[in-house]
Design a protein around this ligand. Structure first.
Ligand code: MSP
Length: 665
């Protein structure tokens, strides 16, 4: 994708509707959706196509297994796919179904063109066939019961009269194409795989079936139906109106960036360009093959039965969280293991702890220290502060260009990494400048304004930049920043540092990316997976997601006095307080609780300076089981109110004098 593009056309494979959608399907689709949003935001006329592959023996069998007509089966499945994708914020420009009449017209047109140009002939075919891949397989040796290596299911012998496409005539042309357009197949590893396949020689391929009834009839010979892969690949052009009268967008958008799984690279990087060349059409812009999502170390597939169910996924996670994970955790092009465990870790570290924390921290300080208005600092400022501010500005601006560069190479994880690196620089800048201290000194007000306006600018840039990846969260932050309109229509190229209207008021602050309770969520997911998954019912928007794992209350939320009495809370005085290396949030306290001095760890480091706590009267839960954190033991819990939106802790204390050790009842 290094070429400058005025229009942008991205496609996903069209999905077989023999079973429900799983995370593997969602993965490709949400990346395509992100790319379309990315280009649209930059003012590029973009088109994003996805859809369903509804023909072939496998679909016929799936319907037969359910005892319903094929059309009914495919209609139900398509609904399921569309609802699932919509629940993850996917907004395709068009959804193509291979059962659409215009598609049939287009496929038959393509067939006719190839036949007229002499690339199709009738012959006989016999071979081992995998109905799940819809492909004849080469079987080595004399295995009498060979299995498909992808699906681990028996192959079937198939012998039939068939029409063939003269693929063998395209070996040289394809090799020439890969040579002159080295970027056409990406990444490099897949290009090499394709090169070696084509260099090994190409045989003509069978492109019709007499045994399959649920297919598009071959023009002029309706005993045959068109092979599903011929039919399916054509979707990328029929959807734009090529070969049919329904749409007129072919000239505007073709050629496409095809995102596909590496499992189907051969169809897209060999057969498809050959069909197009044979028809005298332009070949794809790029075929980018990504890796497989693994579950338990094996490819996630409905046939292997190890899939992650998007319905369960959506029940516990917002679409932004899943989108972010797929783009950040998995290097696009490589296989990646999906676990709920690592998803929760990412959510907590990068979204709750990173972006969410930075934005609510910044906004809360603007609200508390600047009456909710974005400050406009005076020019005159110390050289030190000036240099720090400039460093932050450059870090953010660099992340904008690094993000662009990475996204243009489909290296999404690197793009996001660069944004989070800039975020860390902003966080450090805030912590070092300690605005909470500056706010105490009137003569340092200008410094405070420099710090907060800089942090605000950084968050504003991040919201714009991340909008294609986190459409809901970025818009929420945008609104809280007091910015109007949709962030998705603000191009990062037009962002001017400091270009915020003077005196902009921020809006109500709400936690955008709440922290998840890992243990509890994992338990709940397990229970959901064990229960029978309902057929459908995914929510439509982020707000439809239930709050992440709310703590279970007693049936009516009421406890007895005996239950309350079990909690022992005592008054204590902080003796010492210090930060813990590499634990940003924790302070190590020693607290005199009357009968002894206790070591207690408290997650308040972002909000309390250790020195300010010494001698402070606090409330400690003293009969909690000891807990280890960062290798240190905590013997109790300091009680604090959790103040919305960001859960800022405010320590409980007393206005009257109370002795250490006094019990709260
Ligand atoms: N119908 C064909 C594609 C025709 S395109 C002209 C097909 N369908 S499929 O439903 O079996 O899978 C299509 C795609 O889903 C894969 O190539 C890939 O993009 C995605 N994935 C399916 N399983 C996957 C994983 N486990 N991991 C990542 N993506 C996966 O093949």
């Amino acid at each position: 994708m290094s070429d400058p593009v005025k229009t942008f056309y991205v496609t996903t494979p069209i999905y077989y509707v023999n079973a429900k959608p799983h995370l593997g399907h969602l993965y490709t689709t949400l990346i395509a959706d992100t790319l379309a949003r990315y280009h649209r935001q930059r003012g590029v006329d973009s088109f994003f196509l996805t859809g369903t592959d509804e023909r072939g023996i496998n679909i016929e069998r799936a319907a037969a297994a359910r005892g319903i007509p094929v059309q009914q089966h495919v209609d139900e499945m398509v609904k399921e796919f569309r609802e699932t994708f919509a629940a993850f914020g996917i907004e395709e420009s068009r959804w193509i179904r291979t059962t659409d009449a215009f598609h049939r017209e287009g496929v038959q047109s393509l067939w006719r063109v190839l036949a007229e140009k002499g690339f199709i002939y009738k012959g006989k075919y016999e071979g081992w066939f995998c109905p799940y891949c819809n492909e004849y397989k080469d079987v080595e040796g004399h295995d009498e019961n060979p299995q498909c290596s992808t699906h681990e299911k028996p192959l079937e012998i198939l012998a039939e009269e068939s029409y063939f496409f003269k693929l063998s005539e395209f070996q040289e042309k394809l090799l020439e194409l890969y040579k002159t357009r080295p970027g056409i197949v990406q990444p490099e590893s897949r290009r090499n795989e394709v090169l070696s396949f084509v260099s090994g020689g190409l045989k003509d391929i069978s492109i019709s079936r007499v045994s399959v009834k649920w297919g598009i009839p071959v023009p002029g010979d309706d005993r045959h139906t068109i092979y599903v892969w011929f039919d399916a690949l054509a979707n990328y052009i029929t959807a734009l109106g090529w070969g049919n009268r329904k749409y007129q967008e072919f000239d505007r958008y073709w050629p496409a960036l095809h995102l596909v799984g590496k499992d189907i690279i051969r169809f897209h990087a060999v057969y498809w360009p050959a069909f197009l060349m044979a028809a005298g059409l332009e070949v794809p812009h790029i075929v980018f093959a990504h890796g497989m999502l693994l579950s338990g170390g094996r490819k996630m597939s409905k046939t292997l039965g190890n899939v992650i169910d998007p319905v369960i996924l959506r029940k516990f996670f917002t679409s932004d969280q899943v989108r972010f994970f797929c783009l950040r955790e998995i290097v696009f092009g490589l296989d990646g293991d999906f676990t709920y465990d690592s998803l929760i870790d990412r959510v907590n570290s990068d979204l709750a702890g990173g972006l969410g924390n930075l934005s609510s921290r910044t906004l809360t300080m603007i609200r508390n220290f600047c009456s909710g208005r974005v400050p406009t600092p005076r020019e005159s400022v110390s050289e030190g502060m000036k240099a720090q501010v400039e460093k932050v500005r450059l870090a953010v601006k660099r992340s904008v260009s690094d993000f662009d560069e990475a996204f243009n190479q489909c290296n999404f994880s690197r793009g996001l990494e660069s944004v989070w690196a800039a975020m860390a620089a902003v966080d450090k800048f805030i912590s070092d400048a300690a605005p909470w201290n500056l706010a105490k000194e009137t003569e340092r007000m200008n410094d405070l304004h420099w710090v907060l306006s800089t942090a605000y600018e950084a968050v504003r840039h991040f919201a714009v930049l991340l909008s294609p990846v986190l459409p809901c969260g970025a818009q929420d932050i945008w609104g809280q920043l007091g910015q109007s309109g949709t962030v998705a229509s603000v191009s990062p190229d037009e962002l001017v540092w400091g270009g915020v209207e003077k005196g902009t008021s921020i809006n109500e602050i709400k936690g955008v990316f709440p922290r998840m309770d890992k243990e509890q969520t994992m338990d709940q997911i397990k229970q959901s997976e064990e229960a029978v998954t309902p057929a459908s019912g995914t929510g439509k928007s982020d707000s439809a997601a239930p709050a992440p794992a709310a703590p279970k209350a007693a049936s009516d939320g009421v406890i007895s006095i005996e239950e309350f009495a079990k909690v022992e809370m005592r008054v204590g005085t902080v003796q010492t307080a210090e930060r813990i290396p590499k634990a940003d949030r924790l302070l190590k306290l020693t607290v005199d609780i009357g009968t002894e001095i206790r070591q207690v760890l408290a997650g308040i480091a972002l909000y309390y300076e250790p020195e300010s706590l010494i001698g402070r009267r606090v409330v400690v839960v003293t009969n909690l089981a000891p807990r280890k954190m960062r290798g240190l033991e905590s013997n109790g819990m300091v009680v604090a109110a959790s103040v919305e939106p960001d859960g800022r802790p405010v320590l409980a204390t007393f206005t009257e004098d109370v002795p250490n050790g006094a019990r709260l009842k």
